[in-house]
Design a binder for this molecule. Sequence first.
Ligand SMILES: C[S@@+](CC[C@H](N)C(=O)[O-])C[C@H]1O[C@@H](n2cnc3c(N)ncnc32)[C@H](O)[C@@H]1O
Length: 117
Amino acid sequence: MPEKYTPGYSSNATNFMANRTVDSHVAFFTPDLCPGMKLLDCGCGPGTIALGLARAIAPGTVTGIDREAAQISIAAENAINQAVGNTHFQEANFYALPFLDNSFDAVFFHVLFEHLH
Ligand SMILES: C[S@@+](CC[C@H](N)C(=O)[O-])C[C@H]1O[C@@H](n2cnc3c(N)ncnc32)[C@H](O)[C@@H]1O
């Protein structure tokens, strides 16, 4: 049975997530970032954190995945609007990641695990 994602995808919920940035929520991770890294952001939602990570590791790349196609569309639109080119967003499930082993230097997730069985 598919998991229920409790917060849902209303504009209120999405806008709440979209207010998150690397500066506001990800200070714990930034000391580990280096230019040129390849990162995976799992459960990226509207992608505002992924965009900040992409700026920090440019010219490296951030791939953001989310199980919800609409979130991926919003993240891709945010990347265009913020002129962040070193990102790629795709629909994917954390339980079956469509990447080969060793595709990334680091894997990041923020506020994902509490939504998984
Ligand atoms: C609380 S939001 C966090 C979004 C973003 N990481 C942040 O911190 O603002 C959790 C996101 O994880 C996604 N998600 C939940 N279960 C997932 C799964 N099994 N695979 C991929 N994404 C999942 C949801 O669709 C949602 O966009």
